[in-house]
Design a binder for this molecule. Structure first.
Ligand code: MN
Length: 232
């Protein structure tokens, strides 16, 4: 044991369905612009290559629950997404090898300060302010591949206050899971504990205090988040 000079931050973990073990989270990679209909609603070009960005691991809200309405936004958006959990990695992973590195799958929310995203895009500024803030990554439990197989032709659904707002088969992803893993590993060494948020379908929108968000995908454990009072 180290004698830490300041309080040591805890390592984020996700629970695993049908297991007493937990999944240690190393990094969160995210893919932007991966469903054509969402690209159209964002007025972007579907021929652009995928956008890869990260959220800090401690943005995880494991298992959902209540999160505060965040500081520094007046347009707080949900993005329901399929999440891939890695058991191994490397550089330059081929599409053929990609599935062998997957531990399991979950559903998650890429919560977004949409007002600052528009500003960042217009001014060519970094995305941290819009994507990488506290509690911006609620995630459900991970289901192991050995239990549920690969989630590649399953319907992903997001409900706000019980009403379906996003619904798409994950096979509509422009870059499928194999291609995403291969693409990220061209830029970063993927490792065990990495999570990949694979992008959101059309139907994003704002939530406010008191709203409930549910994300579900066939075969996976659902995620439920309630927006609480402002953080400060
Ligand atoms: Mn997203």
């Amino acid at each position: 044991m180290f004698d830490y000079a300041v309080e040591a931050p805890g390592s984020p973990t996700l629970s695993i369905t049908n297991s007493t073990q937990v999944f240690p989270v190393r990094r969160i990679y995210c893919i932007g612009k991966n469903y054509v209909a969402h690209i159209h609603e964002m007025n972007a070009d579907e021929r652009d290559p995928p956008v890869i960005f990260q959220k800090p691991a401690d943005a995880i809200v494991a298992g959902g629950g209540e999160i505060p309405y965040p500081v520094f936004t007046k347009n707080f958006h949900y993005e329901g997404e399929l999440v891939v959990a890695m058991k191994s990695g490397g550089y330059n992973i081929s599409e053929d090898d990609a599935y062998s590195h997957i531990f399991g799958y979950a559903v998650g929310l890429d919560m977004t300060r949409r007002d600052h995203q528009a500003e960042a895009l217009a001014k060519g500024l970094p995305w941290e302010v819009t994507k990488a803030f506290d509690k911006s990554a609620p995630m459900g439990p991970i289901s192991r591949v050995e239990d549920v197989g690969h989630i590649d032709h399953h319907v992903l659904r997001t409900k706000i206050n019980g009403e379906t707002r996003q619904e798409a088969n994950v096979e509509l992803m422009i870059w499928n899971t194999r291609e995403i893993i291969s693409k990220i590993s061209e830029q970063h060494e993927l490792k065990a504990g990495d999570l990949i948020m694979t992008g959101t379908p059309a139907g994003v929108g704002a939530v406010v205090t008191g709203d409930t968000i549910e994300v579900e995908a066939d075969g996976l454990e659902p995620l439920k988040v309630t927006i609480g009072a402002p953080a400060v």
